[in-house]
Design a protein around this ligand. Structure first.
Ligand code: CAA
Length: 258
């Protein structure tokens, strides 16, 4: 396994784990974190032995945002020409479902990173927000766009314009998180969810994620067209025949990821 400085990477069964590990900066997302998370996620994505990825941080912070100290002295041109957060697009584009297991702060880029994942499990200690307005900027890793799609315009606008931070219960009511669990159970719960997904047929999991992504990005008509094609294509897989035969024969399916 490649050595990383800012993340811990491990594999448990068919689940790939990425743990943000810059405790001295509450897992602030600098360029190195971005490059390493992208490298680890891309490697898992290319591995047919991996069926789900968990992205987590520490008990105190999932991530307290983009690294303010790294950005502070940059000019507008630097940010544009360097495409400062561009690398994160590669993380958002992985085919494999990613579960964000969020404990503590998920602020700014941390909240935006969680929103690039497919499922957000939150510890009851989690705090979500887009406080960039307090720094004289705005969200820059997708916050103004993904937050509206997740929780609606008015709630998102209040958070982005005031910088107010939500606790886990409010985030769940708003629809930002899939589920809230006691902090001590967060990683076990993330593991269970990831193993459940990884036990399914990979082609159908990839198709499901792609169709869900399409719903975020296209019109209803285009999304329905995409879903229809993806659904039909799965009927040429071994695992569709196996899954439906197993149902008829009242037994567990033996998926072969093909
Ligand atoms: N960037 C760089 N360093 C950060 C950081 C960040 N986003 N967040 C925390 N740190 C560092 C602190 O500077 C501090 O380091 P030092 O000990 O060297 O001073 C260390 O992490 C611990 O932080 P605090 O002492 O501040 O811890 P706290 O418990 O008192 O407060 C906090 C925690 C409320 C999360 C506070 O750290 C904070 O407000 N952080 C910044 C949150 C923020 O504004 N995030 C948005 C960043 S901009 C962005 O993300 C743009 C985008 O859209 C991509």
């Amino acid at each position: 396994m490649t050595d990383y400085d800012t993340i811990l990477v491990s594999t448990r069964g068919r689940v790939g784990w990425i743990t943000l590990n810059r405790p001295e900066a509450l897992n602030a997302l600098n360029s190195q974190v971005c490059a390493e998370v992208v490298a680890a996620a891309t490697a898992f994505d290319a591995d047919a032995g991996i069926g789900a990825i968990v992205l987590t941080g520490s008990a105190r912070a999932f991530a307290a945002g983009a690294d303010i100290k790294e950005m502070e002295s940059k000019t507008g041109l630097d940010m544009t020409m360097g495409d400062h957060f561009g690398g994160w697009g590669q993380f958002a584009a992985v085919r494999t479902p990613v579960i964000a297991a969020v404990s503590g702060y998920a602020l700014g880029g941390g909240c935006e990173l969680a929103m690039m994942c497919d499922i957000i499990l939150a510890a009851d200690t989690a705090r979500f927000g887009q406080p960039e307005i307090n720094l004289g900027v705005i969200p820059g890793m997708g916050g103004t766009q993904r937050l509206i799609r997740a929780i609606g315009y008015y709630k998102a606008a209040e958070l982005v314009l005031t910088g107010r931070v939500m606790d886990a219960a409010e985030a769940e009511r708003a629809g930002l998180v899939s589920r809230v669990v006691p902090a001590a159970e967060l990683l076990d719960e993330a593991s269970t969810v990831a193993e459940t997904i990884a036990s399914k047929s990979l082609p159908s999991v990839f198709a499901a994620k792609a169709a869900l992504d399409a719903a975020m990005e296209t019109t209803l008509a285009e999304g329905l067209r995409f879903e229809k094609q993806a659904f039909a294509a799965l009927f040429d897989t071994h695992d569709q025949k196996e899954g439906m035969a197993a149902f008829r024969e009242k037994r567990a399916p033996g998926f072969e990821n093909r």
